[in-house]
Design a binder for this molecule. Structure first.
Ligand code: HEC
Length: 411
């Protein structure tokens, strides 16, 4: 029963997280478009820097931007911050409930790095914090040399992709890179943009001129945030795209997807100020095409059938138990069922010992059930090799071959 409520709670949190993120990113897109699309004011006013008109929802809107500020500040000023904070807080809560609560299942993959569960949690937290610290220091050191800073931030993102994928299980690695960038985005709002705006408002209220550096810094950070949006959304959704995170060079794959996303975002940023830089989406699409070509399965020779009575030694040195039924014999339902009961039963049984409920509602307790799910069992254990997660139940290569033969017989 506890399992049911944890599942329900994480579902609600995920829902909140996605809704808050849509609202935040939507607002970010909106303000970038607004800012980029401003025209010189038709009727100049003190402080009026630009204006734009739009029609939406059956009415006409006249938007004006004041720099550094209007002559008189209104007292009902809207601040954009809670969408960002809600997204980060709900995302961090999910990370804690799903990944940090079961690090051995989700964070650690001994084939990637033999971290202890506790160390894995600390390493994940260090990745989030470290990403922000390095980024923040870079911004201070490089100042407003924007191209150089952009290049260095790009290098930081590449480093994050490579570090995360060499420490954590594939799916966690992608998610953590997304979370690290999202942490930078929210920290930009919390530590730089909002405090700067507060100082500007305080100065104006005292009748002083606000420090233009506060405005310039806030603007720089919010421009960075806009380029992070599409890469972060890709990383968050990538848990549904196992081919990417289970690839042997998943760090480079992730970096390529992120580069394509940033190029495509840049196209839209320029579009709003009237420029049509078509080479940008062309570059983005070329990068995506190259990435998918790299991901696509290559034709491999079928493994030679093992001779009967060979002792099967697993590729994983820790997997020494060979008490399983003869996995080199006929691939009948009963043999496969016995293997799956041993390797998957902790999570995919009517009464799983490891979880409160069968993982993804999938139960492998009878021949009929495994036949129903044959295609996805084959996909997860033979093609992608991502089940069992982190190979925690030590499924051997021979057992995967058995599943492959069993599946091929039926199809
Ligand atoms: C430690 C627990 C655990 C073990 C052991 C495990 N699984 Fe899973 N499995 C999960 C979880 C959790 C999910 C749901 C993942 C998700 O939500 O994307 C899952 C999902 C799946 C899916 C559905 C994938 C999809 O996205 O459609 C299949 C198929 C599957 N497992 C097969 C297996 C097989 C076969 C084995 C044994 C060889 C196995 N699993 C062992 C936890 C486990």
């Amino acid at each position: 029963m506890a399992g049911f409520w944890i599942d329900a709670g994480t579902f609600l949190l995920r829902w909140l997280h996605v809704v808050a993120a849509i609202a935040w990113i939507g607002e970010s897109f909106y303000f970038v478009a607004l800012d980029r699309g401003l025209k010189a004011p038709r009727h100049p006013l003190p402080g009026l820097a630009g204006e734009s008109w739009s029609v939406h929802g059956g009415g006409f809107y006249h938007k004006q931007k004041y720099l550094p500020a209007p002559a008189q500040l209104p007292d009902d000023l809207h601040w954009s911050k809670w969408k960002s904070y809600t997204t980060w807080l709900s995302g961090f809560a999910l990370l804690a409930i799903v990944y940090f609560a079961s690090p051995a299942v989700w964070l650690v993959d001994p084939r990637v790095a033999a971290l202890s569960p506790t160390l894995a949690v600390f390493a994940a937290l260090a990745l989030l914090l470290g990403a922000w610290c390095v980024y923040h220091v870079l911004c201070h050191l490089i100042g407003f040399r924007d191209r150089m800073l952009g290049g260095l931030v790009g290098a930081l993102v590449l480093a994050l992709c490579l570090i995360a994928t060499s420490l954590f299980a594939g799916r966690a690695a992608f998610l953590l890179v997304g979370a690290a960038l999202a942490t930078i985005m929210s920290a930009n709002v919390f530590f730089v943009i909002i405090p700067g705006q507060k100082r500007m408002v305080a100065a104006l209220e005292k009748g002083e001129t606000p420090n233009p550096l506060d405005g310039a810094r806030g603007k720089q950070r919010s421009v960075h945030n806009t380029y992070f949006t599409l890469p972060v959304v890709f990383a968050m959704l990538s848990t549904h795209y196992a081919a990417a995170w289970s690839h042997p060079h998943s760090g480079w794959i992730l970096a390529l997807f992120m580069a394509a996303a940033a190029a495509i975002r840049q196209f839209f940023v320029l579009w709003h100020s009237g420029r049509r830089a078509w080479w940008l989406p062309a570059t983005g699409v070329a990068l995506l095409a190259a990435t998918f070509a790299w991901l696509a399965p290559k034709a491999v020779e079928a493994p030679a059938p093992s001779a009967p009575n060979t002792i099967v030694v697993a590729d994983d040195p820790a997997a020494t138990d060979i008490t399983m039924p003869s996995v080199t014999g006929p691939a009948d339902d009963a043999t496969v069922l016995a293997v799956l009961a041993e390797r998957c039963g902790a999570c995919h049984a009517a009464q799983p010992s490891l979880l409160g409920f069968p993982a993804k509602g999938m139960i492998f307790d009878s021949a009929e059930q495994i036949r129903t799910h044959a295609a996805s069992i084959h996909q997860q254990t033979v093609v992608l090799k991502i089940m069992p997660p982190g190979n925690m139940t030590r499924m051997t290569e021979a057992e995967r071959e058995l599943v492959a033969r069993w599946f091929d017989q039926q199809h």
